[in-house]
Ligand binder design. Structure first.
Ligand code: ADP
Ligand code: MG
Length: 678
């Protein structure tokens, strides 16, 4: 990168220490940052309307000649009103400016200007207050609008950026290799920076934006690769080939092809010099636990212990049951470490873990991480609901012997995005559901049909099946809890008086949650009324029906996760979404769920409807903030940038070649900034 861009922002002409402080608030500390402060919007002065036809409810541009400047009116101290009359032939317009004497004085009688703002007044007398004003002969008819902070104006930023661009005048370095620019038809960085700030026309702007979005996504991908290489420290848990066909044959079902492949991927990874760093991504019900168990079996065969961390106690319990069911018959010992154990039992258990008496330890993240010592920890499995920050997953790995890592995630993300977001991990996708699944029929209904739905549920319970009723709790406060409790009592007393109804909510103690869940699992309950705690991975194959109250309060992906609690066994399953919100938007959303059972499709549609805002908000995925790219709409460029990045890393993974120096700097910059913000 050229020197001048790395220098503190005070080196920019017109930026003193005071303004530098203001810039600091926007995260801008050098000239390069300033150039990367891209406009949040543009005003296009080239699209104008005649004054007589200008709307009064939204801003627009009019082009008019100054006819007469009126004498200023001093209203009081600190308030002077300047007025001028302008015309464009179709009508007159009174321009009103408050206090900005300098701006007013710069207007010349008889000269034409383009004004951008909202008109007011009536047909007889049209006015415009404090508009943006541009001389009509200005060469730059598209003007940037920047994100501001106190002490900064649009003009100041424009001027400062102008002087940076001037000072480097077409000599900015070019971080992209020529060949890539040609292959992907990208303009030069010079041109892009110039035109993103001061676009010549809308075409130039589009070309500039395309280049900068490409750069950002490319840089992100390269940065993830660098990050991953940095984490590469030889493992002391290198394993050897070990036959786990006993595991395969002892399972009560046949693994799907992709489950088998995922297990084989893991085994191969663990036989290498470097620790495995793999993500198993699969929709709800795709059978991730069986993959985890396969990997644990392989590790145990090699004499290594496995730790499996779950996000909640309920899930830890469930994983424990599944894993011990799969593994104990093979002589692999599984321990469950939970908060509800007595202190004495806990310390006895920890002692046994330390002595290597257990091969597999299941527990919540906190428990397994804190103070648990292992004899030969070789594999760490994390069941993750959401993405942690890049590089934050490694606390356990830091425990000395650099074990292998496997992450399970049910967040369905379109594949290209997953590659970006999880770019520091290898990926195994479970995109095939186990055989014999009957699918889930999903219906959206209004409250008027609730009684009928209850009748339908009773019919299912009569056949020996079980069901869930889910009530959203937004704030998990006492009032909400009270109403969920009452609702459940009403069901027990009334519609479901002949059935056993249980209640599960987030305020129960872990032990009580566990008790309710166990009763439901053991079919001592027929119907479970629950808040969203049931969302996370609970597995009761005999449960075939779920009714969700106030379904419109949930995000689509969340509803998809929820309904994944049914349809997990051999029975046909149903999901009834109840909502009295029948706005077009709400109906459209819920229809998506009735029309597809594919979590990837659901998440794509959800994304389209909700917009990128929160869904791919960078924070959520622990990625550095993006300045210009939008991972949800720039999908084509995302694909191109990924291909380009992977091409580069295939020949020069650490970006050591001279022609990749610029990219390396950019990538390091991107991830450095991330750290500062945390
Ligand atoms: P998830 O991927 O949602 O965590 P689980 O691992 O909990 O899914 O598996 C869901 C259910 O499917 C469990 O009851 C599990 O025993 C069962 N299962 C897993 N793999 C298969 C398979 N290949 N065939 C039949 N059932 C399977
Ligand atoms: Mg699961």
């Amino acid at each position: 990168m050229i020197e001048a861009l790395n220098k503190p922002i005070t080196y920019v002409k017109g930026v003193g220490p005071k303004r530098a402080e203001v810039y600091e608030k926007l995260g801008i500390s050098d000239a390069f940052d300033l150039l990367c402060h891209f406009p949040r919007d543009y005003v296009d002065y080239s699209v104008q309307v005649p004054i007589a036809q200008a709307p009064t409810d939204e801003p627009c541009c009019v082009k008019a000649r100054v006819v007469k400047k009126l004498a200023p009116a001093f209203i009081r101290k600190g308030l002077t009103v300047y007025k001028a009359v302008l015309t464009d032939g179709s009508d007159d317009l009174t321009l009103i400016i408050y206090n900005a004497e300098y701006q007013f004085r710069s207007l010349c009688d008889g000269r034409e200007y383009i004004l951008f703002g909202k008109l007011s007044g009536n047909a007889v007398r049209r006015e415009i207050s404090s508009p943006l004003i541009l001389p009509a002969d200005s060469p730059d008819l598209i003007q940037p609008v920047y994100r501001l902070t106190e002490g900064l104006s649009q003009n100041m930023i424009r001027q400062n950026i102008h002087s940076v661009l001037d000072s480097i005048g077409g000599t900015i370095y070019e971080p992209l290799p020529k060949e890539i620019m040609q292959r992907y038809s990208l303009c030069s960085l010079d041109y892009a920076l110039e035109n993103i700030h001061f676009p010549r026309d809308s075409h130039a702007l589009a070309v500039a934006k395309r280049r900068l979005v490409f750069d950002e996504l490319l840089t992100l991908r390269l940065g993830m690769t660098l990050l991953r290489l940095k984490g590469l420290k030889a493992t002391s848990c290198r394993m050897k080939e070990y036959d786990i066909s006993d595991y395969y044959s002892s399972l009560p079902f046949e693994l799907t092809g992709c489950q088998r492949r995922a297990i084989e991927d893991c085994c191969a990874d663990m036989c290498r010099d470097y620790p495995m760093n793999r993500l198993i991504q699969g929709d709800v019900g795709s059978g991730k636990t069986a993959v985890a168990a396969g990997a644990a079996c392989f590790a145990a065969g090699n004499g290594y212990q496995t730790a499996l961390m779950a996000p909640t106690e309920i899930l830890a319990h469930q994983h424990f049951e599944t894993l011990s069911g799969f593994l104990e018959p093979l002589g692999i010992k599984v321990a469950l470490l939970t908060g509800s154990l007595s202190a004495k039992k806990k310390s006895a258990l920890k002692e046994q873990i330390k002595n290597g008496e257990y091969n597999v330890v299941v527990g919540t993240h906190a428990l397994v991480q804190q103070s648990t010592e292992f004899q030969h920890l070789g594999l760490v499995i994390t069941d993750e609901q959401h993405r942690f920050g890049v590089g934050q997953r490694d606390t356990l790995a830091a425990k000395g012997n650099n074990p292998h890592k496997l992450v399970m995630s049910a967040t369905p993300i379109p594949r290209t995005l997953a590659m970006m977001i999880y770019g520091d991990l290898d990926l195994s996708v479970l995109d095939e559901l186990p055989k014999g699944r009957q699918g889930i029929e999903t219906y959206a209904v209004t409250g008027k049909l609730r009684q009928r739905a209850f009748g339908f549920i009773r019919g299912q319970l009569d056949q020996g099946r079980q069901g869930y009723i889910v009530c959203p709790m937004i704030e998990e406060n006492d009032m909400e809890l009270q109403s969920v409790r009452e609702y459940s009592e009403r069901l027990q007393a009334d519609d479901f008086r002949d059935y056993r109804v249980g209640l599960l909510h987030g305020r129960l103690s872990p032990a009580d949650k566990d008790k309710v869940m166990r009763e439901f699992k053991d079919h001592e309950l027929d119907l479970l009324v629950s808040t969203t705690v049931v969302e996370v991975g609970v597995d009761v194959p005999n449960a075939v029906i779920m009714l969700v109250e106030n379904a419109d309060r949930f995000g689509l992906s969340q509803l998809h996760q929820l309904r994944g609690r049914v349809g997990r066994g051999k029975y046909k399953s149903y999901c009834i979404l109840v909502t009295d919100n029948v706005t077009e938007e709400s109906v459209k959303r819920l229809k998506i769920l009735s029309s597809t059972s594919d979590g990837f499709k659901v998440s794509e549609e959800d994304l389209k409807l909700r917009g990128p805002g929160d869904f791919f908000g960078s924070r959520q995925h622990g990625l550095p903030p993006l300045r210009i790219a939008d991972m949800s709409s720039d999908t084509e460029l995302l694909r191109l940038a990924q291909t380009a990045a992977d091409g580069i890393t295939a020949v020069d993974p650490e970006l050591n070649r001279p022609e990749h120096k610029g990219l390396r700097e950019l990538a390091q910059r991107l991830f450095k900034e991330d750290r500062q913000e945390k």
